[in-house]
Design a binder for this molecule. Structure first.
Ligand SMILES: [Zn+2]
Length: 74
């Protein structure tokens, strides 16, 4: 596997529990989803990734911030 920039949509990292709301309707495809973006939009992760791929430069759907481990407070 050799991922090339621009060919694969960037995968979102939504492991944080706040993304799991248990129920909503995807704002992009209209089907039920349990996931929610950081801004509270019900959305499938794959739909958000696809949206990001079509809208480069937009920060509507973003990954969780990387876990700060042993990093002194800035
Ligand atoms: Zn969807």
């Amino acid at each position: 596997m050799s991922p090339r920039p621009g060919q694969q949509p960037m995968l979102l990292d939504w492991h944080d529990g706040r993304h799991f709301t248990g129920g909503g309707r995807c704002v992009l495809c209209g089907r039920p989803t349990f996931l929610q973006s950081h801004s509270g939009e019900d959305v499938h992760k794959v739909c958000a990734e696809r949206w990001n791929a079509r809208n480069p430069g937009e920060a509507r759907f973003v990954s969780d911030p990387p876990r700060a481990r042993s990093k002194p407070g800035a």
